[in-house]
Design a protein around this ligand. Structure first.
Ligand SMILES: [Zn+2]
Length: 373
């Protein structure tokens, strides 16, 4: 199947570097989740995603498929023009931006909107960052959490989704901490806050309590909540990033109606697919798994997501950031691998040709369009 004509509703992504940062940024970090400079220096060019990405980009820039040739070709381009051409080639139809990452280095949402005319942009609120921003204004965790819930319920109409990076900070085994434990944890953080400097909240009682305070807001407002699950940057303990830990959210009567999107998922794609097959509020997204893994793994992941999950609950996204090249690569491989996986479902008799065409539109665009409407 050729899916080139179907736009991608990119519901899991970030902003781009400003030009000066882009010009001096090295290539290796665009192809994996490592943040240790030694890993990039010694091994960054040895992954399948880097090697394949170099050849893909060389085709785009019409240069030799070597890193040196690519660096020369990139140095010659007009950055804004490159971004527009790559977004057009990637057929990005909507761009939802989590602006809680690398806030100093990436463009603002309004800069992104201006850079790529014609692509609607909306914001995703990163809950842990929003929480950290409000810490200085409160003396108690209880008033902080109430204020956060209030802010989010008032603003929920202007934003596309909430997102939690609990997996990166304290794990997805979200507990029910006692109020005293939360207040103690808050006091310790409050004492360490340096005025005017961003605080990084990595306290399990506080993050868990925050989630139980804001998830009811999301459920009541119909705002979807994205959770990073599976692999990601090495902040996370992969053992605690299994989406199966999220079961209490789906079982909670108080959170009835809450829609939760498991992001990344790899290597827990089957687990995320299982959740989507039994809980009405569970969805699966494979951004980052596509395109950071091998072609075989991308194909396997998409097929595994569809082992059990309804077609109407599986999504693709780019999880791209920093350079327009990551959007182009993710969209290119998302469509290609999805086409191959759906071809196989026709061959196997899982779907008819018409149903596979419907599934392609659902997974690339319609599922997200409905979820984030
Ligand atoms: Zn992500």
């Amino acid at each position: 199947m050729d899916l080139a004509a179907i736009p991608l509703y990119d519901h899991h992504a970030h902003a781009l570097f400003r030009e000066s940062t882009w010009r001096r940024a090295p290539l290796e970090p665009y192809f994996g989740e490592a943040n240790d400079p030694e890993q990039h220096r010694r091994f960054g060019r040895d992954t399948l995603s880097f090697r394949r990405g170099m050849r893909d980009l060389a085709r785009f820039y019409a240069c030799e498929p070597t890193v040196d040739a690519l660096l020369v070709a990139r140095a010659r381009v007009d950055y804004a023009d490159l971004a527009r051409r790559m977004f057009a080639a990637a057929r990005i139809g909507h761009w939802l931006i989590d602006d809680g990452l690398w806030t100093d280095e990436l463009m603002s949402i309004s800069e992104c909107t201006a850079l790529i005319p014609g692509v609607p942009v909306r914001r995703i609120v990163r809950l842990e960052v929003e929480l950290a921003r409000m810490i200085e204004q409160h003396d108690r965790a209880s008033t902080l959490l109430a204020a956060l819930a209030d802010t989010l319920s008032n603003r929920a109409s202007g934003i596309a989704a909430f997102k939690s990076i609990a997996a990166y900070r304290t794990g997805l085994d979200i507990g029910r901490p006692a109020a005293t434990e939360v207040e103690d944890a808050f006091s310790a953080i409050r004492r360490s806050v340096v005025r005017g400097r961003p605080t990084r909240v990595a306290s399990k009682p506080l993050i868990d309590a925050m989630l139980w305070a804001v998830l009811p807001v999301a459920a009541a407002r119909g705002t979807p909540v994205q959770f990073h699950t599976g692999f990601g940057d090495p902040d996370l303990d992969l053992r605690l990033a299994n989406p199966l830990h999220l079961r209490p959210l789906f079982e909670s009567e108080a959170l009835r109606g809450l829609r939760v999107v498991s992001l990344h998922c790899y290597p827990y794609v089957r687990e995320a697919g299982y959740l989507a097959s039994v809980y009405p509020g569970a969805y699966v997204d494979l951004g980052l798994t596509v395109p950071y893994t091998s072609v075989h793994a991308m194909r396997a992941a998409l097929h595994e997501a569809l082992h059990l999950a309804p077609v109407t609950k599986v999504l693709l996204s780019t999880d791209a950031q920093r350079t327009p090249e990551t959007f182009w690569l993710a969209a290119r491989w998302g469509r290609r691998v999805l086409g191959e996986v759906l071809d196989a479902t026709i061959e196997d008799g899982d779907l008819s040709a018409d149903e596979a065409a419907w599934a392609a539109s659902r997974i690339l665009f319609d599922n997200a369009a409905e979820l984030y409407a």
